[in-house]
Design a protein around this ligand. Structure first.
Ligand code: SAM
Length: 270
């Protein structure tokens, strides 16, 4: 059977008697027009290998395979393995399914620089992203679906209410752009909130691991007391002296400090 001859995603789910599990963050995209659009936003070339986390019934996986990509898909819920097996059989060996918890998976089991495209399970989306940013994977790009509120935090600029620890860490490593909004009704079952796709492109000069570790300490302290001035919120890390050595005004508050300034503080700390 070829990809075009596969039953619809709805029919595959019904035939397998599968219902979404809330505890696994399961909200499926069953409209191939939507998943094809996400794949276009990922802007990948046929023949490339891509990592997908949480293929579920395989809506996004189908669109990736249709685009001529090779897919390594990591799925925790074994109930989907038979449906994904049918998809693998219809795709000339271009789909490899890894049954695993992506949070616990050894990154060495994944192709190191492959792009990641995923409609992430919202309950673990942020820890997964932080792991990819700070761990050994050197992915070429990430095209990821998040709850809209998380997408806004990721792409937020200094001075906005959404700007925080996640914005600084992501933007220190990647250029971040929200590229597509999706209403809750686009998913089956619909979640309580809207969603958005974020495109993340790693910057050419990645900060060293020690600087990223220091960056997380600085932002935890600064945003932990976001209304206080840096000289107070960073007191445990050197406060006024740390700011002076970095050449930064100690009366600034967390949300006014740019990503470049946080990186400068982290470099001083290391
Ligand atoms: N990609 C499918 C789609 O777009 O229709 C499903 C997306 S659904 C939001 C999230 C998927 O991630 C589910 O298939 C769920 O079983 C899987 N999942 C949840 N937690 C996971 C984890 N820790 N590791 C790997 N997969 C996980």
């Amino acid at each position: 059977m070829s990809l075009e001859q596969l039953p619809s995603l709805r029919d595959s789910l019904a035939a397998a008697g599968l219902m979404a599990k809330k505890s696994f963050g399961q909200h499926f995209l069953l409209d191939l027009n939507v998943t094809r659009k996400i794949v276009r936003l990922a802007d990948l070339a046929p023949g490339e290998t891509v990592i997908e986390v949480g293929p579920g019934p395989g809506g996004l996986t189908r669109a990736l395979l249709e685009a001529g990509l090779r897919v390594v898909a990591v799925e925790k819920d074994a109930r989907f393995l038979p449906i994904l097996g049918e998809l693998a059989a219809a795709s000339d060996g271009r789909l490899t399914v890894v049954e695993a918890d992506a949070l616990a998976l050894d990154p060495a089991a994944l192709p190191a620089s492959a792009p990641i495209v995923a409609n992430l399970p919202y309950n673990v989306a942020t820890p997964l992203l932080v792991g990819w940013l700070t761990g050994p994977l050197r992915t070429r790009s990430m095209t990821l679906m998040f709850q809209k509120e998380v997408a806004e935090r990721i792409a937020a600029a200094p001075g906005s209410k959404d700007y925080g620890r996640l914005s600084v860490l992501v933007q220190a490593v990647c250029e971040a752009r929200a590229v597509m909004d999706l209403p809750a009704r686009a998913f089956t079952p619909p979640p309580k909130v809207a969603s958005a796709v974020v495109r993340l492109d790693p910057r050419p000069a990645r900060p060293p691991d020690a600087v990223l570790a220091a960056l997380q300490k600085v932002t935890a302290a600064a945003f932990g007391q976001r209304r206080k001035m840096l000289r107070s919120s960073l007191a445990a890390l050197g406060g006024e002296a740390l700011c002076a050595r970095t050449g930064l005004d100690p009366t600034l508050r967390a949300e006014a400090v740019t990503v470049a300034q946080y990186l400068a503080l982290a470099r001083t700390l290391t």
